[in-house]
Design a protein around this ligand. Structure first.
Ligand code: S3P
Length: 171
């Protein structure tokens, strides 16, 4: 089976769905952000604060370069990983790309108590989230399948992905 790569905005459930799905498929699970944090020995907040977003994007790109050679697994990407065209190309080449979506309202509600999203540290207004979603829409649309996660459990979303993989003969 090819790897499954989850993309999507912050708060769309990539990590929870990824872990659950990997368990169902019986394969390894990798979280790109966690790999960066482990590698650098700093939190995402600290990387942004000390070195800036551009530096984080370089680390993200390096992590994606390394992933392409990984065997079959489920990979959750950070919300901005798909902005870079080379990253998108590599992720598409690495496996089946599933994009998780949610409305700006749902994302705001899901992230309201979170403090580990440096790009939203100055506020999580609906306008801000909606503007970022609109800016990134064409990048998220570059996927084999898109799933609206609003009103669904992790189990529901994973079941939709499994169904898609089976139907497409990708398992
Ligand atoms: C980011 C999303 C975050 C993390 C970083 C930047 C983004 O990951 O990579 O804060 O640009 O959307 P999650 O989507 O896992 O929150």
């Amino acid at each position: 089976m090819k790897s499954v790569i989850l993309t999507g905005f912050m708060g769309t459930g990539k990590s929870s769905v990824g872990k659950f799905l990997a368990g169902k498929l019986g394969c390894g699970y990798y979280d790109l952000d966690s790999m960066i944090v482990a590698d650098v020995g700093m939190s995402i907040n600290d990387i942004f604060a000390c070195h800036g977003e551009q530096h984080f994007r370089l680390l993200e790109k390096k992590a994606i370069d390394n992933l392409s050679s990984a065997g079959c697994c489920v990979i959750s990407t950070g919300g901005g990983a798909v902005i870079d065209p080379e990253n998108r190309r590599r992720l598409r080449a690495a496996g089946t790309v599933i994009n998780l979506t949610a409305s700006a309202e749902a994302i705001r509600d899901r992230l309201k108590d979170e403090t580990d999203r440096p790009l939203l540290k100055d506020g999580k207004s609906l306008e801000k989230i909606a503007a970022m979603l609109a800016e990134r829409e064409s990048f998220y649309a570059d996927a084999d399948m898109r799933i609206d996660t609003v009103g669904k459990t992790v189990d529901d979303v994973a079941a939709e992905i499994l169904h898609f993989l089976e139907e497409e003969g990708r398992t």
